[in-house]
Ligand binder design. Structure first.
Ligand code: MG
Length: 160
């Protein structure tokens, strides 16, 4: 069995998300404030997802999306998840468990990314709403990882 970090990265890739996709978002929101490269952002994304709690959140969120995709929950709740019902909210709550470990800048970044849906976040949202794929939990998890990485970069550089 693979270790949990490898399993989470593989699962993200299977669902259409690379570390580079997330790093690009981080660079686009943080690059104008600090002298950083996409590689710096990549390194920070990998550091964010190294935390065990974050890995569990990634794997749990994707598992819920996949189970809903297969229609295996009770019909009422399955439809709410696959429809990405905006009043459901538990997708954001799960993702906030990542944000909450990374400071208040992560929280404001999270709200911003959830609203503007740049890059892969928008693609997931679109794919989830227009196909049989369900990305209800994954899009928020990507927002949370990117928001947290940007927050950590901000704090790191300010400390120098
Ligand atoms: Mg969502």
């Amino acid at each position: 069995m693979k270790n949990v970090k490898e399993a989470a990265i593989t699962k993200l890739e299977e669902r259409g998300v690379t570390i580079n996709d997330i790093a690009t978002i981080v660079y686009n929101i943080q690059g104008s404030y600090q002298n950083i490269t996409v590689d710096d952002c990549k390194e920070m994304v990998l550091s964010i997802i190294s935390k065990r709690e974050t890995l569990y959140t990634i794997l749990t969120g994707i598992a819920i999306d996949e189970i809903a995709e297969k229609g295996l929950f009770d019909p009422e709740i399955n439809k709410i998840i696959t429809d990405d019902n905006s009043l459901y909210g538990l997708d954001e709550i799960l993702a906030l468990s990542i944000v909450n470990m990374n400071g208040s800048i992560a929280l404001t970044n999270f709200g911003y990314l959830d609203k503007t849906k740049p890059g892969i976040i928008g693609q997931l949202d679109k794919e989830g709403k227009s196909s049989t794929k369900c990305h209800t939990f994954l899009d928020d998890i990507i927002c949370a990882i990117a928001a947290s990485a940007a927050s950590r970069i901000a704090h790191q550089v300010i400390k120098k």
